[in-house]
Write a protein that binds this ligand. Structure first.
Ligand code: ATP
Ligand code: MG
Length: 500
């Protein structure tokens, strides 16, 4: 049956005599008796709500014994189906010729899997309805070609992040909120197999001696895994899904991430080549904001982007993308963001965009901003504009640069013009909560002024935050610059919105 896709040598096909397969197991015990599994985890099991709540079991049985029995039978059948599926997954992976799979068309492979599954099922006397069969075939296909239980989540466009905490717990983030799913892995080995599949596809390795990995998947998604023994309760996986259609300025305004006035201001700021830092917490929308801001860059400019994991999708014609590389298992071959940045300075960029500044590259980033590559942009992890400045100072100190604090601050003040603060609020909404201009130094302190902010006014009973964007009323420090570059922003943009 594995005509084209079976391993050519020793492995025995499902159903072949002597193969460690379902038939042997099925022969050992009749279907009904094998129904109650002792293993705690079955991929399909959690999806099935118990047919009879434990507390009501005996009462209902007395009332409608036939129905209760039927429900019980159905539950057992489903449990058994879960077991069969796990075993079938295993058999398929053990027996399929993975090299041949690469060249097989999806249609052929689906047909092959479907025929194997029906054959095995019929030999086991398991009858499935059409819907169950379709679902089983789909899951088998995902297991063989893709990432098993993760596959439906990867295909679900409403999911932003996938977070796996060991084989039995998979969370997703939808609309800014974390939700526990009913997706599970059979056991840690199953989860490790999927992790291994992911990392080996991008030429990386993860095991006990090298227990964490950060990679970009072929579809652009960001992937991080940490496996035992460092991960104590089973492997930890985080996936930031790649969005093909990144949110643009218009969508961000529509979704309430910032106001039209702020968009007009930011357009002027980016077009007139102010150096911008997008600051925010984890998953607050920094990269999305950076990407959207980059759309204001003129098509004639040469842009170089540097990232640890390439996520940015710039629409301009003249873009050079770089991605840093971690060291290999021997600890060699690393190319850091700093290496990329230094090299970028020799590549005649008009603007440099660093996906996230988190270490020693801060020095070169600030220097680039100070020396003719104005209009450069980056993001940092910080909770406010002031905090962002402290983070920059810390990064400089940790990079081993011995400079008096005042000089460090002067360097930052002259390099950075604008800090845009992104935030994920408690109701899950992502908003640009503040836009702050750096206006220079006052004594030893960097002076700054907030131009726009998100004003919270209350909370709806359902937990949704009530608030609005407003200008703070200060005149932009860069008004003259905007005007000189032809961006005559109406004064109304800078007028505060009165709270209702
Ligand atoms: N305003 C928004 N409205 C709805 N979804 C958003 C918004 N901004 C960002 N997102 C979504 O939130 C997720 C996280 O966004 P993003 O990658 O930009 O965050 P980040 O701050 O760069 O995260 P990290 O700290 O992990 O790098 C993405 O899936 C993105 O599509
Ligand atoms: Mg990011």
């Amino acid at each position: 049956m594995f005509s084209r896709y079976k391993k050519p040598t020793d492995a025995k096909p499902v159903g072949a005599p002597g193969a460690p397969n379902l038939h042997a197991e099925a022969a050992k015990a009749p279907a009904a008796e094998r129904a109650a599994p002792s293993a705690p985890a079955q991929p399909a099991a959690p999806k099935v709500a118990p047919a009879v709540p434990p507390g009501q079991k005996s009462g209902r049985r007395e009332q409608v014994p036939a129905q209760a029995q039927a429900e019980d039978r159905e539950r057992k059948r489903r449990q058994r189906l879960g077991e069969i599926k796990v075993e079938l997954h295993k058999q398929l992976l053990d027996n399929l010729n993975l090299a041949a799979l690469e060249t097989a068309s999806e249609k052929d492979l689906r047909a092959e899997i479907s025929s194997i599954a029906s054959e095995v099922l019929s030999e086991m006397n398991v009858v499935l309805n059409r819907e169950e069969k379709t679902q089983l075939n789909k899951e088998l296909f995902d297991e063989v070609t893709g990432l098993g239980p993760l596959e439906p989540l990867l295909k679900d466009d409403t999911v932003n992040d996938i977070l796996v905490n060991g084989p039995q717990q998979v969370f997703v983030e939808r609309g800014g909120k974390l939700q526990l799913t009913d997706v599970t892995f059979k056991d840690e080995r199953h989860l490790l197999r999927i992790i291994d599949k992911i990392v080996s596809a991008v030429g990386r390795r993860v095991d006990e001696s090298n227990p964490h990995v950060d990679a970009r998947l072929s579809d652009g998604s960001r992937f991080n895994a940490m496996v035992p023994p460092i991960a104590v309760d089973g492997s930890l996986v985080s996936i930031r899904k790649f969005k093909k259609d990144k949110l643009g300025i218009d969508e961000l305004v529509k979704f309430g991430a910032f106001s039209e006035e702020m968009a007009a201001y930011l357009q002027a700021a980016v077009s007139t080549r102010l150096n911008v830092i997008v600051s925010g917490g984890t998953g607050s929308g920094k990269t999305t904001t950076l990407n959207a801001l980059s759309s204001f860059i003129d098509n004639s400019e040469r842009i170089l982007t540097i990232e640890d994991t390439a996520e940015l999708q710039l629409q301009q014609i003249h873009v050079g993308r770089m991605e840093s590389r971690p060291p290999n298992v021997e600890g060699k071959g690393a190319v850091t963001q700093r290496d990329c940045l230094r090299n970028a300075l020799r590549m005649r960029p008009d603007r440099i965009i660093v996906g996230e500044t988190r270490g020693e590259e801060v020095i070169d980033m600030l220097q680039a901003m100070n020396t003719g590559h104005d209009g450069s942009m980056t993001t940092i992890h910080a909770n406010s504009a002031r905090d962002g400045i402290s983070r920059l100072e810390n990064m400089i100190a940790m990079a081993g640069i011995e400079m008096p604090l005042k000089a460090v601050r002067a360097q930052i003040a002259s390099a950075v013009n604008l800090i845009v603060q992104a935030s994920r609020l408690q109701d899950g909404s992502r908003r640009m909560v503040s836009i702050t201009e750096i206006t220079g130094m006052e004594g030893d302190v960097i002076s700054m002024q907030e131009v726009f902010r998100y004003q919270r006014v209350g909370l709806e009973p359902n937990g949704k935050i009530i608030g609005h964007f407003t200008a703070t009323g200060v005149r932009s420090y860069y008004s003259d610059r905007f005007r000189q570059w032809g961006y005559d922003l109406p004064a109304a943009i800078f007028e505060p919105v009165n709270a209702k």
